[in-house]
Design a protein around this ligand. Structure first.
Ligand code: TYD
Length: 134
């Protein structure tokens, strides 16, 4: 399974919802970076890359979007539309993001600081990387 989801325990009460994200607990790595995508224009797709080492957890804290994950052999698609569910994207997984709702706020937790050298942005290179790895 390429698609690994994490259900965050709901800590809300009659006042409303609350979700806590804790490094090495609900999130299975040390969080070094947090970023969020919002205001994604209609019809825009993003991603189209893999990371050699970086792991990420993506959460649609508002709205929805669709992820396509590939490992060179298998392809899976998942719609994120629930602010209490995170998508764990392991290293060496190609990701593409589609169908952002206008209100989508996609929160991403990353295991490493930003490093362009960790990106594989060419799908052919990704396939070669996976072949060498296996
Ligand atoms: P990019 O990785 O292309 O976004 P996506 O894969 O979601 O389509 O990132 C867009 C730009 O932002 C690119 O120039 C790199 C830069 N960037 C940072 O400087 N720091 C970051 O943490 C991220 C995720 C991107």
């Amino acid at each position: 399974m390429l698609t690994k989801t994490i259900k965050f325990p709901p800590l809300g009460d009659q006042r409303g919802h609350l979700v806590a994200l804790e490094a090495n607990k609900t999130v299975p790595f040390e969080i070094k970076r947090v970023y969020y995508l919002f205001g994604t224009k209609p019809g825009v797709s993003r991603g189209f890359h893999a990371h050699k080492d970086l792991k990420q957890v993506a959460i649609a804290v508002r709205g929805s979007c669709r992820f396509v994950l590939k490992d060179g052999k298998n392809e899976e698609s998942i719609i994120l539309s629930d602010s209490t569910t995170g998508l764990l994207i392991e290293s060496a997984v190609w990701r593409e993001m589609y169908d952002f709702s206008e209100d989508c706020v996609l929160l991403v937790l990353a295991s490493e600081h930003y490093d362009e050298a960790d990106y594989i942005r060419n799908y052919q290179e990704f396939l070669e990387f996976m072949n060498e790895k296996n």
